[in-house]
Unconditional design. Structure first.
Length: 191
């Protein structure tokens, strides 16, 4: 099984990444680690959009601009670690979404203009921690889950989350320990 482990946690001491590392260590498979903060990802400028459209038109699947999309589409399992920032996640994850959402690679459209998925992954696991309470409208995991449902065709999504880690009176070590247990339970379930 090809496991793609995507880190979208910029802080070196990230608790979300720590839980995700533990989770991934419990899985069987060949792990590819993608550290988004150090990847040097670029946004889709008009020039890059044209380059990508050209590569897709020419079915030039080995073009470097399609690298992340192909890697994502070819993984059997995807694990995303993302800190809860600004009610969702760090901007680097949105830049990654721009890089992987390619018509003809990670999803396509049918004759009725309905998107359908081209991703192989059976499941995606999203791991996040928040300083306070997460918003009622889920703009972090909820967004990624919607992409899985509506674009990628990834049928199962799971979230391991911890809240209130930075609030006075809370015990962040206990919250992380609880998350570790959740990670172990989910890893056992997915075996
Ligand atoms: C730039 C930034 C934005 C943040 N935004 C939020 C937020 O909107 N809501 C919240 O509850 N906590 C917020 N926090 C606190 C983080 O969610 C919290 O510290 C989290 O555990 C960080 O994840 P990490 O340990 O994986 O880095 C923010 C922290 C930073 C540095």
């Amino acid at each position: 099984m090809k496991i793609l482990f995507v880190n979208a946690c910029p802080r070196p001491q990230s608790r979300s990444r720590k839980v995700a590392e533990h989770f991934v260590s419990l899985l069987d498979g060949e792990v590819t680690y993608l550290d988004l903060p150090s990847e040097g990802l670029q946004t889709l400028t008009y020039d890059r959009l044209c380059t990508r459209d050209e590569a897709l038109k020419n079915e030039d699947w080995d073009h470097p601009i399609l690298k992340y999309s192909r890697q994502f589409a070819e993984a059997d399992r995807i694990v995303i670690a993302a800190s809860y920032w600004d009610l969702s996640f760090p901007a680097i994850l949105k830049i990654y979404v721009e890089a992987i959402n390619c018509v003809g690679v990670s999803f396509a459209y049918d004759q009725n203009d309905q998107a359908y998925g081209l991703c192989k992954a059976k499941d995606l696991i999203y791991i996040t921690t928040a300083g306070g309470d997460m918003s009622k409208v889920d703009l972090g995991y909820g967004y990624i889950k919607t992409l899985c449902d509506e674009f990628y065709g990834i049928k199962e999504t799971y979230c391991i989350k911890g809240e209130r880690l930075d609030l006075v009176g809370e015990d962040p070590d206990r919250i992380v320990a609880e998350m570790m247990k959740d990670a172990e339970a989910l890893a056992a379930k997915l075996k």
